[in-house]
Design a protein around this ligand. Sequence first.
Ligand SMILES: [Zn+2]
Length: 106
Amino acid sequence: MKKLRSFALNERAQAGLLKELLEREGIACLLRNDQLSSALGEIPFLECLPELWVVDDEVYPRAKLLLENWLNGEEAVAEEWACPSCGEQHEGQFGACWKCGSNRET
Ligand SMILES: [Zn+2]
């Protein structure tokens, strides 16, 4: 398991979104410290920052690339597409249908 990125406390929502995006790409990941802890006073502040971890080291480089693309290239994302199976509309960064699981290319 590898840590992909740490987030500032005010990036908590973004951290959750990125986790969803990665999972839709078939990349298993974990969000640590994503619950605002009531123990903030008991553990060091830095340990409370949300962290996104990739479960499988082998897909880490791909996850890293996807993350960077999402963070940097939001203007350049591919156009929307419709699922060939169920017709659901998706934003360009998604490679598979979140609704029925069909791949984009099929
Ligand atoms: Zn679909």
